[in-house]
Design a protein around this ligand. Structure first.
Ligand code: ADP
Length: 164
């Protein structure tokens, strides 16, 4: 069975991520979307909220499962016996960072974990979770970037945080 992991923060999931998930799910028998709980970042959404979001946006794709992990991607990959990480590339600016991570994962896993890159669809090349969070924080319209229920969850967050 051909399997891959699509790791990331997904804080929140955007149409860009969903595009990568859909296209990735057609390339593999099973695709595991894994939220990596990065202790160095303070996320807008909890891991549980992000799992819920991702389950909902992928509910019609039967070979996608959602998981989360607090630790190194290569340790997670070893645990589930997977050898391919899928990552999205938007622009040259992503490339240097992604290359560094991919090569580190390959080195530290002794060649057990390779990274496969999928280039972004043109219409999503500008999209990132951090831009969505920034626009939302200033009350801007970010509806073209995320599904409607994610939009509602983001609006709720900022309502609460501005009320504190
Ligand atoms: P990170 O793991 O750096 O926090 P994200 O959770 O934002 O990144 O994204 C996870 C993966 O999805 C990364 O490979 C990123 O390049 C990719 N990605 C994010 N937004 C898009 C997009 N609009 N189009 C294609 N790939 C994307």
């Amino acid at each position: 069975m051909k399997t891959a992991i699509y790791p990331g923060s997904f804080d929140p999931v955007t149409y860009g991520h969903i595009d990568v998930i859909r296209r990735g799910s057609e390339m593999f028998d099973q695709l595991t979307v894994c939220i990596l709980d990065n202790k160095a970042k303070t996320p807008l959404f909890s891991v549980e909220e992000r799992v819920r979001m991702l389950r909902k946006v992928t509910e019609d794709i039967t070979n996608v499962r959602i998981d989360s992990y607090s630790g190194l991607l290569m340790d997670y990959a070893k645990e589930i016996g997977c050898h391919i990480a899928l990552r999205g590339l938007r622009a040259v600016t992503d490339f240097e960072y992604e290359l560094q991570i991919a090569q580190t994962n390959r080195l530290l896993s002794h060649g057990d974990l390779d990274t496969l890159f999928i280039t972004t669809s043109n219409e999503y090349s500008y999209l990132s979770s951090s831009v969505v969070r920034e626009v939302a924080a200033f009350g801007g319209d970010f509806s073209p970037c995320v599904p409607p229920f994610v939009e509602e969850m983001i609006k709720e967050k900022y309502k609460y945080s501005s009320a504190i």
